[in-house]
Design a protein around this ligand. Structure first.
Ligand SMILES: O=P(O)(O)OC[C@H]1O[C@H](O[C@H]2O[C@H](CO)[C@@H](O)[C@H](O)[C@H]2O)[C@H](O)[C@@H](O)[C@@H]1O
Length: 271
């Protein structure tokens, strides 16, 4: 599969905020091309990509504008749009409601394809002792422990002074059990089963309709999206990093608003 952009994004009036560099300065390089919907599949991260980062996970919202763009994108791609999130699948459905899309939840531990009867599958196996240690640690320091299939997230956004202790707890649990991996994301440290990640989720979805045979485009903002960028690019597609920070993604957009502009330009170009 080859990537042949219809038109450079810069010609679509993207307000000069479509790209950035790894040192955090925005520039006009690495702007993603305006790709065709009829031969691409889109894998979209949620928090920090479709929704702005907010104080607490349950407060996250997708704007009406972004919801409309995703709806149009799904229509233009014959349904080849999946949400690939660190959130539990049921939580993704809650945030996206009434949109109901294929979802990889809990960093790839849960997978629901596009079939009307596909109910999704989930892995589990976080042991009770590890769970107990994380929840008691969170309760003692006033942090938030978020239980998900195949992972537990320890949120310290409300008390960032506990970043080092939070990371150390998760790292210590990983060190004693090789089934686990640590994910240190935006104001969160997670204990997750090693078996899956966003890259394995994209690889699995890429084998089935309506994703199969399409060029994958992975869009995300955080460290766990890097597995997705690498997989999409290995499959001949592209990765788009939202915001600043080091990345293996081939392209970059400055913000959730810049993604919204790019999607609008892309949808406009299909007509
Ligand atoms: O892969 P994603 O869809 O980006 O999910 C990553 C994590 O997102 C949520 O936490 C993050 O967003 C919260 C709301 O903006 C924010 O308060 C928190 O600090 C962020 O880490 C979610 O709660 C996690 O389960 C996801 O892993």
């Amino acid at each position: 599969m080859s990537l042949r952009p219809k038109k450079p994004a810069a010609r679509h009036g993207l307000r000069g905020n479509c790209a950035g560099t790894t040192d955090g300065k925005m520039s006009t390089t690495n702007c993603p091309p305006i790709v065709r919907c009829n031969d691409h599949a889109f894998y979209l991260d949620l928090d920090g990509t479709l929704a702005e980062i907010v104080a607490r996970p349950e407060q996250a919202m997708i704007s009406a504008g972004m919801r409309g763009l995703i709806t149009q994108l799904a229509a233009q791609t014959s349904g080849a749009v999946a949400i690939v999130s660190g959130r539990a699948l049921a939580d993704v459905d809650r945030v996206l409601h009434p949109l109901h899309l294929p979802v990889a939840g809990s960093h790839g531990q849960e997978l629901r394809g596009a079939g009307p009867t596909d109910q999704g599958s989930a892995r589990d196996g976080i042991d009770d002792d590890a769970l107990h240690r994380i929840t008691t640690f969170a309760a003692r320091l006033g942090l938030l422990a978020e239980r998900k299939p195949g992972s537990v997230a320890l949120h310290y956004r409300s008390a960032p002074q506990h970043v080092a202790a939070s990371r150390a707890l998760i790292d210590s649990l990983v060190a004693r059990d090789d089934r686990y991996r640590a994910i240190h994301g935006k104001m969160v440290s997670e204990l997750a089963l090693r078996a899956c990640d966003k890259g394995t989720a994209i690889a699995a979805l890429s084998k089935v309709a309506p994703f199969a045979g399409r060029v994958p485009v992975m869009i995300g903002d955080d460290v766990t999206d890097e597995d997705g960028f690498r997989m999409a690019q290995a499959l001949g597609g592209l990765g788009i990093k939202i915001g600043t920070g080091p990345t293996d993604a081939s392209h970059r957009l400055a913000s959730v608003a810049a993604l919204s502009d790019w999607l609008a330009a892309l949808l406009c170009a299909q007509k």
